[in-house]
Unconditional design. Structure first.
Lengths: 659, 184
């Protein structure tokens, strides 16, 4: 481009900017007037105003052909929880076990563990499942809990829409739009286990349609205790700050940008195997990271909508054993197209890029965790298509679809599903689904060398492929009257190519896909309203896993069959929500969890209670007791190098101001 | 120089065209609106068309508008309307609630919840209470809900379940009753 061209371009841009600036006041003025004009109109006039675009209502969870459960913003507030895993305890069929102060094991329908790999977790559409050695770092999944709009939980596979690793469930954490977090919110809590948590948020607007919020949060938690009552050295703190901006550019375009950065510490003590027995070592983990996520929603017409989302996520975790750094870039395009009244098509394409840097550390001459190669760059390409067909209007629906994903370790994976929902009456839904999903290999299963003892190591393998599931589900929902609601799901999971670690005869246990299994069970959820101001919820779930080694499998340390004893066979939760007066709430949660033989955990009962009082519309005070029935109990065992620790009784008080 | 004049001319044309479009935008804005802003305007307007029986209104002229469901644009617009139009400082306030909440203090209960089971629950829970229960969910008045907002082509219309209304002991202005579709 010549110098003159550039000059002209520059002038044109300046001119355009000037024109935009001069007309901006007109546009803003128009928007301001829109609301004021409407408020001047009579109801008759309002009935004559034309609507620019009719938004499509999302599917009713009562009619969905999947085991969906939604945790609302008020459910979160009344759960008395300070962490997202503690909120998930209230969800039927979700297994939550706290390992220590900064680690949790969370899953659905089995295979629980710190690195439980069959549950996909997303925050505003951004995956937080780590592809290094699977699982979710729950301690860093946090925000101002008040700003969460809902947590959508799907038990069972959701791979067609969400992609690989959505094998036994999907958890979708969705934050509120900035237009609904206007004003100031300040909250602080302190207690015996919670040293202090402070959070502050401010939401404002610029012009008429640009809303934003900024927030900061810090938490600091005391260490738990070991079985012997000794300090387990696992205290943790984390600071986070972030923002969200929502710009409703027109009635047809909405742009959202969400970002946060965090930094903190997860202390831990490891007992590292050496030739002279295990040696106690501090392996405090410094964590920091951040993400930025932007989304553009565009409505073409009443029947056609497009969304484009892109995010970058960066994470760093440094311990005495390993320094890890990972950056993810992701872009997803989704188009919803209602071809006719009876035919709703959704399709999309996605691309994800990972870059990681994993530097092993040396302790006393031994490298305990060593990834090969140290650095990698990987790509995932994906596409999906799903069609919801109305067979009989308002009665019978059929959904067919599949995900096609090209994974860097395994190549093409096809993950189809068929779902049917039948609305027997207006108050009864029967649904069924058959789904295939895969759990793709992690970096660890490809090339990690992990020291298990002075003579044994656990190794990844380039031949390790995806674990596979075909799931069969049947569900029924019934609401006989306004006081009662009932939801039941039965499932049968047929797993193949499950992970084993097999002896190569040289002291190496190498990753392989040499076992298969079945998981089956049922989940019941119910609500009963005793009075207008007293609701009771009762949930029960039953689960059995049978894992079998294939012929010729040589597991000398039990890895795959162990999963049978890492999930509770019976889980019960009873919850009560009482409004004592119009501004005093009493909320109780009682949980029974059956024993976990492979984690050496006895059956336990956990009781949490909360009393909340709103003396004015600006102030809310609450007092919460968690695990009140016993001093401390064990909920899980961490898998690697660690000392088992117990969950103690926690009592804290909280004050929140909104203005 | 010729170039310069052309540029200025262009600029003037573009400016005028842009201004015209913006002005057109204003006139369109008055006749055409997003569904959410319109629904928020309807909900807020109901306050002046309803008489709440004693003792709900006794000694308390303040009106509480309760919103049940996920925070969405309607809630944001309602808050904005209250901020701008509630001249009698604090005469109208808005609270977002969920199904477990106490609804007796509410004057208007707007249900934006998606779950049919929760909608039935809230209709059942509010029956016999002097609360104007409004929703835009499908078949709301057929299910026993009080005031339904539905799309008639590209316009928002109202329907009222007269049986539910009678039970609530609320009195609705006759002007409003003439405008709505009555059920059954």
């Amino acid at each position: 481009m010549s110098h003159i061209d550039l000059f002209m371009l520059h002038r044109k841009l300046c001119l355009m900017l000037l024109i935009s600036m001069t007309t901006l006041p007109f546009v803003v003025h128009a928007e301001e007037n829109a609301l004021d004009n409407l408020m001047k109109m009579s109801l008759q006039e309002l009935q004559n105003v034309k609507v620019t675009s009719v938004s499509k209502r999302p599917e009713d969870p009562f009619e969905a052909a999947a085991a969906v459960y939604v945790v609302t913003a008020d459910d979160i507030r009344r759960a008395g929880a300070v962490t997202i895993p503690d909120i998930l305890r209230t969800v039927p069929g979700i297994e939550v076990a706290q390992i220590d102060t900064n680690k949790w094991a969370v899953t659905s329908r089995g295979f629980n563990g710190q690195f439980s790999n069959k549950l996909l977790v997303l925050v505003d559409g951004r995956t937080v499942y780590t592809p290094l050695f699977s699982g979710v770092f729950w301690n860093i999944q946090d925000t101002v809990l008040e700003d969460i709009s809902r947590i959508e939980v799907i038990r069972g596979p959701g791979a067609t829409l969400w992609g690989s690793n959505a094998v036994n469930g999907v958890i979708n954490i969705i934050t509120k739009g900035a237009e609904n977090t206007q004003g100031t919110y300040i909250s602080t809590l302190a207690g015996n286990e919670e040293r202090v948590t402070g959070e502050a948020r401010y939401g404002g607007k610029i012009g008429e349609d640009f809303y934003y919020r900024v927030f900061a949060k810090h938490f600091d938690r005391t260490p738990s205790q070991t079985l012997q009552g000794v300090d387990a050295g696992d205290d943790t703190y984390l600071s986070r700050t972030g923002f969200r901006a929502d710009w409703r550019k027109t009635d047809f375009d909405k742009i959202t940008v969400i970002g946060d950065i965090y930094s903190g510490m997860e202390r831990q003590i490891a007992f590292l195997p050496t030739g002279l027995g295990s040696v106690r070592t501090d392996v405090d983990e410094r964590v920091k990271g951040g993400s930025i996520n932007s989304r553009w929603n565009h409505t073409f017409s009443k029947t056609s909508r497009l969304s484009i989302q892109t995010y970058i996520d960066h994470i760093e975790r440094n311990t005495a054993l390993l320094d890890q750094e990972r950056t993810t870039f992701d872009v997803d395009i989704q188009h919803n197209w209602d071809i006719s009244d009876r035919n709703e098509l959704t399709w999309g394409v996605g691309y994800r890029y990972f870059q990681d840097d994993l530097d092993e550390k040396n302790i006393n001459g031994t490298t305990y965790l060593n990834y090969t190669p140290d650095n990698s760059n990987n790509n995932i390409y994906s596409a999906f298509i799903q069609d919801k067909l109305t067979i009989v209007p308002e009665k019978l629906f059929l959904t067919l679809g599949s995900k096609f994903e090209h994974h860097y370790f395994t190549g093409l994976e096809v993950q189809p599903n068929v779902r049917v929902s039948y609305l027997i009456t207006d108050r009864q839904t029967l649904w069924g689904a058959v789904t295939r999903a895969v759990r793709s290999p992690t970096r660890g299963e490809d090339g990690l060398d992990l020291v298990l003892s002075s003579t044994l190591s656990q190794d990844g393998s380039e031949f390790f492929k995806s674990e596979e599931l075909v799931a069969y589900e049947l569900g029924y929902r019934y609401q006989p009257n306004w006081r009662m609601m009932f939801d039941a799901t039965v499932f049968y999971n047929d797993y193949d190519s499950l992970r084993t670690f097999e002896n190569d005869g040289l002291g190496n246990l190498v990753a392989n896909n040499n076992s298969n299994g079945e998981g089956y069970g049922f989940e019941l959820a119910s609500r009963y309203s005793v009075t207008r101001n007293w609701n009771l919820y009762a949930n029960y779930s039953f689960l059995t896993l049978d894992i079998h080694l294939n012929d010729g499998a040589t597991e000398i340390v039990d890895f795959s069959e162990k999963n049978e004893g890492l999930s509770a066979k019976h889980r019960v939760s009873l919850m009560s929500r009482v409004n004592l007066t119009k501004n005093i709430e009493l909320d109780n949660n009682l949980y029974f969890v059956d024993n976990l033989p492979e984690a050496d955990v006895d059956a336990y009962i956990r009781f949490d209670t909360r009393i909340g009082w709103r003396p004015t519309k600006y102030l809310e005070l609450s007092l919460v007791g968690q695990n009140l029935f016993d001093d401390q109990h064990k909920e899980f065992s961490q898998s690697l190098y660690s000392v088992p620790s117990e969950v103690g009784r926690s009592i804290y008080g909280r004050a929140s101001l909104r203005f | 120089m010729r170039l310069k004049i052309a540029t200025i001319k262009n600029a003037i044309y573009i400016f005028l065209l842009h201004g015209l479009i913006s002005l057109a935008g204003i006139s369109i804005a008055s006749a055409q609106q997003s569904e959410e802003i319109l629904k928020a305007a309807f909900i807020y307007n109901f306050i002046s068309f309803v008489d709440w029986p004693e003792p709900a209104s006794k000694g308390n002229q303040k009106k509480l508008l309760c919103y049940v469901g996920e925070a969405g644009p309607v809630l944001a617009y309602l808050r904005e309307i209250v901020r701008r139009h509630d001249t009698k400082d604090g005469a109208v306030s808005i609270e977002q609630k969920n199904r477990d909440a106490t609804i007796e203090p509410c004057h208007i209960l707007y249900i934006s919840d998606l779950n049919k089971a929760d909608i039935d629950y809230l209709i059942g829970k509010s029956a016999d209470l002097p609360v104007l229960v409004v929703s835009d969910t499908n078949n709301f008045v057929e299910r026993g809900g009080m005031v339904g907002m539905f799309m008639d082509g590209n316009k928002v219309r109202l329907e009222i379940n007269t049986t539910s209304l009678e039970k609530s002991r609320l009195v609705i202005d006759s002007d409003l009753m003439e405008l709505v579709r009555q059920y059954p």
